[in-house]
Ligand binder design. Structure first.
Ligand SMILES: Nc1nc2c(c(=O)[nH]1)N[C@@H](CN(C=O)c1ccc(C(=O)N[C@@H](CCC(=O)O)C(=O)O)cc1)CN2
Length: 285
């Protein structure tokens, strides 16, 4: 086996340590970053993620508000809450936990969040700025992927990166961020022919297709960096990535595990975005 593990837990701890230090410095200037999280309904996984966000705020010295709304909340009620949070001085970042119940239009809600408070980086203005390479709040999971690669000491410049999956939340933004790092990027998706052949050309393979253990060693060039963004709950309750870790670890170089790889970075990058939003809000960036 040539694989080495890229630990998202470890990288997260390092980044959170730095954020906590910055928060102390801001407190001395009378600034406390504030995050509002909105959860509609009782999806068990979402409840856990929201609790973890609340805990991260507490641990890092942020002000936090969690708004837990019943599943039958109307879109108008949710939009009214977003509007209130947009105008609230103590709040620098707003996150509406996804997925939302089916009767609510996610796009309408995301579009209603003030661009400067959109710490998920999902608002079309933030997405547009990402596309044209301007400064913006970056989507958390894709930003976490880049941070993991960089902090593992891997240079992306001139490398061939293959992204498997073209979702708006991961595949598309991660491909833009890889290009920003001067990688040459190929995107594959469910209609791609010869996917294994293309994937085997990758120096860096990023997988976000939502199919448990789909990518085996036949997709991986020896020594390639493998980043698994998949999070699939199996029938036995265990969490599996999109990459068949036991097969791929025999050929790859650095690889992220699931759990403990990209996942923990999502909340850490959310905290980082909230800190950035707070500094901008107070003219300190
Ligand atoms: N508004 C948003 N909604 C959702 C997002 C998001 O970024 N913004 N992402 C996911 C859920 N999510 C955060 O909200 C999230 C997912 C996973 C993890 C994580 O730490 N995963 C661990 C395993 C946890 C477990 O055992 O279940 C890991 O991979 O090691 C954090 C946050 C959808 N909704």
């Amino acid at each position: 086996m040539t694989a080495t593990i890229i630990s998202g837990k470890q990288v997260s701890e390092d980044i959170r340590g730095r954020i906590a230090g910055e928060v102390k410095g801001l407190a001395a200037k009378g600034v406390v970053p504030g995050l509002a999280v909105v959860l509609v309904g009782e999806d068990p996984a979402s409840q856990v993620y929201v609790r973890n966000k609340e805990k991260a705020c507490h641990d890092l010295g942020f002000y936090s508000e969690v708004h837990r709304l019943p599943a039958e909340t109307s879109q108008a009620q949710l939009l009214a809450l977003v509007d209130e949070l947009n105008r609230k001085e103590a709040i620098d970042g707003i996150l509406v936990q996804l997925p939302l119940p089916g009767h609510i239009d996610e796009k309408a809600v995301i579009n209603a969040i003030a661009v400067g408070k959109d710490v998920d980086g999902f608002h079309p203005v933030n997405v547009g700025n990402l596309v044209i390479g301007d400064d913006s709040l970056l989507p958390c999971t894709p930003a976490g992927v880049i941070e993991l690669i960089k902090r593992a000491g891997i240079s992306l410049s001139g490398k061939h990166a293959v992204v498997i999956g073209r979702s708006n939340i991961v595949g598309k933004p991660v491909s833009l961020l890889l290009q920003r790092e001067n990688a040459t990027v190929t995107m594959c998706h469910s209609r791609t022919e010869n996917m294994a052949e293309i994937a085997r050309q990758a120096d860096v393979l990023v997988v976000a297709i939502g199919r448990a253990n789909f990518i085996d060693a036949s997709y991986v060039k020896p020594g390639a960096v493998v980043i698994d963004v998949g999070m699939n709950r199996l029938e036995n309750g265990k969490l599996a990535g999109d990459v068949d870790f036991d097969s791929v670890k025999e050929v790859c170089g650095p690889i992220t595990p699931v759990p403990g790889g990209v996942g923990p970075m999502t909340i850490t990058m959310l905290m980082q975005n909230t800190l950035i939003a707070a500094k901008r809000h107070h003219g300190l960036s």
